[in-house]
Design a protein around this ligand. Sequence first.
Ligand SMILES: *Cc1c(COP(=O)(O)O)cnc(C)c1O
Length: 496
Amino acid sequence: MLSTRGAAAVTPSMAILRGLAPDGGLYVPAAFPQFTLQEIASLASMPYVQRAHVVLSRFLPDFSAKELKDAIAGAYGTGFDCEAVAPLVRVGTRAHALELWHGPTLAFKDMALQLLPHLLTLSARKNGEEREILILVATSGDTGKAALEGFLDVPGTSCCVFYPKDGVSQAQQMQMVTTGGRNTHVIAVNGNFDDAQSGVKRIFADPAFAAKLDAEGKVLSSANSINFGRLVPQVVYYFSAYADLLASGSIAPGDEVNFCVPTGNFGDILAADYARKAGLPVGRLICASNENNVLTDFIRTGVYDIENRPFYKTNTPSMDILISSNLERLLFDLSGCDGAYIARLMGDLSQKRRYAISAEMLEAMQARYWAGYAEQQAVCEEITRTWREDGYLMDTHTAVASAVLRAYQAQSGDARPGVIVSTASPYKFGASVLGAIAGSGACEGLDDFACCRALCARTGVPEPEQIAKLPSLPVRHKAVCGKADMAQAVLDAVCG
Ligand SMILES: *Cc1c(COP(=O)(O)O)cnc(C)c1O
């Protein structure tokens, strides 16, 4: 694997163990495996876990077949509510939805965070790291629970999550504080998300803290989305979607498919690009944003500009983001693997809060990508329309992609099959979905759980057990700390 900023190459397991390269760059494959159409067609008759094995073994050559088989079985076995793991569902006649939310926390982060702990512990072993790995996470809601569930009772690891005390939804807080397991810790911070995030960054940068942990036989690591171990599991489901289209006779081997992806940190859509680079017949990658549409402008103009750009809090909170860290991997690819050039662009971003790519890079990007955005009102209308016309209930993030795919199809006349990447269960954002379908008055006076029950009563779409049972689960994590006391809170939690 190479660093996007030019540091020395390492093995995949080392890239996963390190997360970030020593020069601050992100790890990318030095060369992409190449799947033939015949190999891709053979996936059609396989279950998801076997598809995952075929794809991952080619991207992670320093992992043995047995290691990957066990890791995949551990990740996608019992935690998912259907054997398809990532089922492809028809949405009317215009599209398919690739549902990535059948895991334990009902959002697509599970696809990567269920596998990452296994890859990380294997990577540690391969590289002589014998200490227990302590994962530290600051969360604004969703990532924390997905990390907790992923690392829950995984031997050789523990996971400590900080969330802003009054800064997450009631359902999100309950999801986290009711987590079981012997190695999970959840701590509320008296402060906002930035306080929690800064506190975690300070702990990572503190050598005295590292020494204290080392004395206890522990070492810090991160489950951040820049880790290649979070990206590579996401490549699998694009192959799987294509295999499902083959299996249903919707396409023939070699036909191209467009994917429309609701985008925040650019990890999910980049994984589709990596599938394409490995030989999957991918047509257009459609990058769907909300009001925070810095990526729409970038893909249309080649200028990434966050100076003077307002930050909107929307009904798609997982996409409320202005700096999409995984974009660096695309830039590296478009530049012909020019690490010095990428280091310069990233320098511009942190100093001038903007950068511009060359005309050739823009042209190459636009040959692969198209971009659009949907505002909150349009998102609500898309949920209502898709429910009414197609009988398909989608969450707000999925609705952004659905609306943008609709706009793309109308404008381009592109008749290739379109797949909407569906990133959350409608019940994960039940209040917004109920408000869209029944009018905002329907949510008045209801908490998140009552909104979900009302949504179920109104639509007949079954409410996932993870949500329904949440109000009755015992609260296991009650720790609260000041924003200056986070390091001590970690030590109190993990060192007993
Ligand atoms: C994280 C997330 C996204 C954005 O995915 P990226 O890989 O960050 O682009 C979209 N939808 C949901 C529900 C998410 O949790």
